[in-house]
Write a protein that binds this ligand. Structure first.
Ligand code: ZN
Length: 227
């Protein structure tokens, strides 16, 4: 987890030792892809779905039927350094225009601070400012939505999913941002894109889904005392 500076940290073991409880760990995008499958409506009935998560971290997940693809070392969807057309933001990897650098909430909040729109590192304040009619806040959110659309285009060209779910704060809360994202795609593809089903509880739902997915697949496995 580069943002936290964690490398080779055995998160599951550490948390398990601290809590004495079974612990299950997964990335945001995969967890939310599972959440859509279990409780959502954005990808219901799809045989294949792409989920793009743009928070402080940016990652993606791809599911076919009931399986979210993990790949070796669970590295599937690690798209942080894919290059985004038109991107200018310098990235920690030394290049510029990487997906992570362009779409991170940290970048949105920094641009908002520089433009005098909102202080701090909470992207909800940029959304609030836009809702209050601040034109620069609206512009920043629309720009980010367009870049998110380019990321969706890049990923759907490769994966061709039946449906696409996006978790990005502007797209989730503002119809004009969703429209700006869709405008980066051809009409047929644009119609397959929906915001997350969990706009107000994304992170809690992500965590809960990781545990519930394990429980639903194998109920006895989470009650070791019964084995
Ligand atoms: Zn990079």
């Amino acid at each position: 987890h580069p943002l936290l500076g964690w490398r080779e940290v055995p998160v599951r073991d550490v948390l398990g030792a601290r809590t004495g409880l079974p612990v299950h760990v997964d990335g945001h995008a995969r967890a939310l892809a599972d959440a859509e499958r279990l409780f959502g409506r954005a990808a219901r009935g799809s045989r294949s779905a792409l989920h793009l998560f743009a928070g402080n971290m940016v990652d993606a997940a791809f599911a076919t039927h009931d399986e979210v693809h993990h790949g070796p070392r669970s590295q599937a969807g690690a798209i942080a350094h894919l290059p985004l057309a038109g991107g200018t933001e310098p990235c920690a990897c030394g290049r510029s225009g990487c997906l992570q650098a362009e779409l991170s909430e940290l970048t949105l909040c920094r641009r908002a601070r520089e433009a005098g729109v909102a202080d701090g590192t909470d992207p909800a304040r940029v959304v609030d400012a836009a809702a209050a009619g601040h034109p620069v806040a609206v512009r920043l959110l629309l720009e980010r939505a367009r870049m998110t659309g380019r990321a969706v285009r890049l990923l759907t060209d490769v994966l061709n999913p039946e449906s696409v779910v996006v978790t990005e704060i502007g797209v989730v809360h503002r119809p004009d941002c969703l429209a700006a994202l869709r405008a980066e795609l051809d009409e047929e593809r644009a119609a397959t894109v929906a915001p997350t089903s969990f706009p107000d509880s994304v992170l809690a739902v992500a965590g809960g889904s990781v545990v519930l997915d394990v429980l639903y697949r194998d109920p006895l496995s989470v009650s070791p005392e019964l084995n």
